[in-house]
Design a protein around this ligand. Structure first.
Ligand code: CTP
Length: 206
């Protein structure tokens, strides 16, 4: 049976994974389903907000990878899914789900998608987006304050206590599984066009 092409985009927080994913979506005229690892954060809704916000969101055990693997397999087989919805403001999984349609290109994006072998096996191309830690931290600080309801102190504390050590323990070592490493992700025109051509080649060969 025909299968969709699966592109994995990993990289540290603030590295530009989303920019590259959006760039691919444009290139394939929306024949792309984008799945973010963030959708699959485990539900800690039984804990009070004050406890939830202190959790380590950068450890592999924070994700419901079983569900993610199952749903990517379905999309690859051109079956629609109902994926979970996560709120960074509430630190919680919401009650609703969103239906995602299968398309010819499935882009999976997330800090730890290369860490689990079951996810890696589903990918046709693995891309690691690289950026210096200070740039990534600066981007994250601005984004978390503007979009995720955080303040300066909480972003800095979280970065030093969990984000940075988990990056060093799990994200950076998973770079070795990448087929290509792209500095500055979606802003790197040369790398983006090469990647797009490669995906077109795989699609036309199927
Ligand atoms: N995170 C958080 N609070 C939560 C859940 C997750 O602060 N309740 C943070 C984790 O600490 C993790 C980050 O979300 O480091 C993952 O998202 P990130 O990779 O920063 O964002 P993307 O938009 O997916 O990627 P990029 O910035 O590369 O575009």
């Amino acid at each position: 049976m025909d299968k969709a092409v699966v592109i994995g985009i990993a990289g540290g927080t603030g590295s530009g994974k989303t920019t590259l994913a959006v760039r691919l979506k444009k290139a394939f005229e929306n024949d792309v389903t984008l799945i973010c690892q963030d959708y699959y954060y485990k539900s800690f809704n039984h804990l009070p907000f004050e406890e939830r916000k202190k959790l380590n969101f950068d450890h592999p055990n924070s994700f419901d990878t079983d569900l993610m693997v199952e749903q990517i397999k379905d999309l690859k087989d051109f079956k629609p899914i109902h994926r979970p919805v996560y709120s960074f403001i509430e630190h919680a999984r919401l009650a609703e789900t969103i239906r995602e349609e299968p398309r010819h290109v499935i882009v999976i994006e997330g800090i730890l998608i290369f860490q689990d072998p079951r996810l890696r096996e589903l990918m046709d191309i693995k891309v690691f987006v690289d950026a210096d830690a200070d740039i990534r931290f600066a981007r994250r600080l601005i984004r978390d304050i503007h979009e995720r309801g955080r303040d300066i102190d909480s972003v800095i504390n979280q970065y030093l206590n969990t984000v940075k050590p988990m990056h060093e323990a799990f994200v950076e070592p998973s770079k070795k599984y990448a087929d290509i490493i792209i500095p500055e992700g979606g802003f790197n025109e040369v790398a983006c066009s090469m990647l797009i051509e490669k995906i077109k080649g795989i699609l036309s060969a199927r």
